[in-house]
Design a protein around this ligand. Structure first.
Ligand code: GTP
Ligand code: MG
Length: 469
C-alpha cells in the first residue's frame, strides 16, 4: 500500500457522456496538477503550490495532438480534507474516452501512477473517512441496478448501519473496562458493575446487531446471484431438473425433444446461496432460424455462466455415445469461453429412476446421479452446486465470500460472544470469562466498523471495486 504515491484514474463511466471526471489523490497532487494545467494554451500560469484551500479553476488544458486544448474545471483539495483524506483533485471535462485517456496520460507524464481498483476508496478508508460498511456501500452504489438497491446503498453510505454498531462497540469497551477493573479488586469484594447491570446493558445490543445483520444480508443478497446454466441434448431432462431445483414450474416440460427454445431464468436459493438458474434449448444441429437463434442464445448464456450443469439422460440405450458427445461439448465450451470469468462444470446423470443402479455404470459412476421424478440425488446436486459457488467465488474475488457475507459473519461472531457473555454472567461463571467474550465481541464489531482491519480484509474488499473508485 504505497499511500504516498499519487494515483490517477478516470472516475466517471467510460461510455460517452456530457461530462467526465479524472481523479487524482496523493501528496504530490498539486504538483502533478500544476504540470498538467500549465499545458494551458495561453500564457496564464497557475501556481498550484500556492493554493491552500479547496479551489476550483476553470481553464483550458492543452492535451497536444491530435486533441489540442480542451475546457476543464479543476477542483483541487490541497490538504487532507478530501474524500481520500489526502490532497486530491478532480478534473472535469468532456465525457469522451479519448479526451479522458489523454488527460490521464498527461497526469501520468506529470508523475502520477495509474490507480488500482478501489484504491481511492481504500485511501478514504485508511484515512478514517469511512468504515468497511461504508466501503461496501460505495461498492453497492457502483453496482446498484435498481432504484431500490441504490437507495439502500446510499442509506448505508450515510452510516445508518455503522453508527449503531460503533455505539455498541463503545458500550462493550466501557463494560469491558468495568468488568476488568472489578477483576483487579476481586479480593476486596468491590464491584464496578453488578451482574444485573451487565446483563441489562448487553441484552439490547443483540437487537441492534440483528437489525444490522439483516441489512447486511439484504445488501449482500440483493447484489449477487451466481448463474447456473443447464446444458445437454434435447429431452435430457434439463427443464424438469430446473423446476425441481427452483421449486417452481417456470420451464415447460414435455416428452417431445426440442421443447425449450428461449432461455428460461428462475431465481432460486441453494443451501443459502442465491442463484439464477438458466434453462436452455437442447444442444443440436440447428434446423431453421428459430432453432438457430435458440442454439446461439444457449451457447451465450452457457459461456457467461459461472456454473454449468451438463445433463445426460442415464436411461439412454446409447449411453456411451451420449457421454462421449457431451464430453466434446464440455471441451468445446471450455475452449470457446471467451469471458474471463472462472466457471465450473458439473456432470449430471438425469432420470436415474429409470435405470437399476447408476453407480454401477463406469462412465457415470462419479457423476452426480439424480432423478427429478423421485427427488433422489437432488440434495447432493444442490450441495455440489453450493461447493462450486464457493470455489468460483474464491477464484474470482480472492476470497471465499463477498464483503457483505464477510461482514455478516463477523457480526454473527460478535452476537455469539455477547450471548455467551450474558450466559456466563447469569451462571456466575466468573468475570474473567465474561471479559474474554466482551473482548471478542468488540473485536468483531471493530472489524466491521473499520476500527480494526488488516491487509487481508482490505485486499478482499477493495479488490472488487472498479478502477477510479
Ligand atoms: N422418469 C423420469 N422422467 C424424466 C425425468 N426428468 C425429465 N423426465 C422426462 O423427460 C422428458 C423431457 O424432459 P424435459 O425436462 O422437458 O427435457 P429437456 O432437456 O428440457 O428437453 P428440451 O427442452 O427439449 O431440450 C419429459 O417427459 C420429462 O417428464 C426424471 O428424472 N425421471
Ligand atoms: Mg427443456
Amino acid at each position: 500500500m504505497h499511500l504516498d504515491e499519487t494515483i490517477v484514474a478516470i472516475a466517471s463511466p467510460t461510455s460517452p457522456a456530457v461530462r467526465g471526471v479524472v481523479r487524482l489523490s496523493g501528496d504530490s497532487t498539486a504538483a502533478v496538477l500544476g504540470n498538467v494545467v500549465n499545458l494551458i494554451s495561453g500564457d496564464t500560469q497557475v501556481d498550484t503550490s500556492q493554493i491552500s484551500k479547496p479551489t476550483r479553476l476553470d481553464l483550458s488544458i492543452d492535451l497536444g495532438e491530435p486533441i489540442g486544448p480542451v475546457d476543464a474545471s479543476v477542483l483541487l483539495w490541497p490538504n487532507r480534507r478530501s474524500y481520500t483524506g489526502q490532497p486530491s483533485a478532480e478534473i472535469h471535462t468532456y465525457g469522451s474516452l479519448p479526451i479522458l485517456t489523454a488527460m490521464v496520460d498527461a497526469c501520468l507524464n506529470a508523475g502520477a501512477r495509474a490507480a488500482r481498483p478501489g484504491e481511492f476508496t481504500m485511501r478514504a478508508f485508511l484515512a478514517g473517512r469511512m468504515d468497511l460498511t461504508q466501503a461496501e456501500a460505495v461498492l453497492g452504489v457502483i453496482e446498484a441496478e435498481s432504484p431500490g438497491a441504490l437507495d439502500s446503498a446510499l442509506g448505508q453510505l450515510a452510516g445508518n448501519l455503522s453508527k449503531p454498531l460503533a455505539t455498541i462497540r463503545n458500550d462493550l469497551l466501557n463494560l469491558l473496562a468495568d468488568v476488568e477493573a472489578g477483576l483487579d479488586f476481586v479480593d476486596e469484594d468491590i464491584e464496578f458493575i453488578s451482574d444485573d447491570d451487565l446483563v441489562g446493558r448487553l441484552t439490547p445490543m443483540l437487537d441492534v446487531i440483528d437489525i444490522a445483520a439483516k441489512q447486511i444480508v439484504q445488501r449482500g443478497g440483493g447484489a449477487t446471484t451466481t448463474t447456473v446454466v443447464l446444458r445437454g441434448e434435447p429431452n435430457a431432462g434439463k427443464s424438469r431438473l430446473m423446476n425441481v431445483l427452483a421449486g417452481n414450474e417456470a420451464a415447460i416440460v414435455a416428452d417431445v425433444a426440442g421443447t425449450t427454445r428461449d432461455v428460461v431464468s428462475s431465481l432460486a436459493s441453494i443451501n443459502g446461496h442465491r442463484i439464477t438458474l438458466q434453462d436452455t434449448a437442447g444442444i443440436e444441429a440447428a434446423v431453421g432460424e428459430i432453432s438457430a437463434d435458440a442454439q446461439t442464445a444457449g451457447e451465450q448464456v452457457s459461456q457467461a455462466a459461472a456454473i454449468r450443469l451438463w445433463c445426460v439422460d442415464a436411461s439412454r440405450q446409447d449411453l456411451p455415445a451420449a457421454i462421449a458427445w457431451i464430453d466434446q461439448q464440455v471441451a468445446t465450451m471450455n475452449q470457446s469461453s471467451r469471458s474471463r470469468r472462472v466457471s465450473a462444470n458439473l456432470m449430471v446423470a438425469t432420470k436415474c429412476d429409470l435405470i437399476q443402479d447408476a453407480s454401477t455404470i463406469p462412465q457415470i459412476s462419479d457423476w452426480i446421479q439424480c432423478s427429478a421424478e423421485t427427488g433422489a440425488g437432488i440434495e447432493t446436486l444442490s450441495q455440489e452446486i453450493a461447493d462450486k459457488i464457493t470455489e468460483v467465488d474464491a477464484v474470482e474475488t480472492g476470497s471465499a465470500i463477498g464483503t457483505a457475507a464477510r461482514c455478516g459473519q463477523t457480526i454473527q461472531q460478535s452476537r455469539q460472544a455477547i450471548e455467551a457473555a450474558i450466559r456466563l454472567t447469569q451462571n456466575q461463571s466468573g468475570h474473567e470469562f465474561v471479559s474474554a467474550e466482551l473482548r471478542t465481541a468488540a473485536q468483531a464489531i471493530g472489524e466491521v466498523t473499520g476500527e480494526i482491519y488488516n491487509e487481508d480484509i482490505l485486499d478482499r474488499v477493495f479488490g472488487r471495486f472498479c478502477i477510479g473508485k
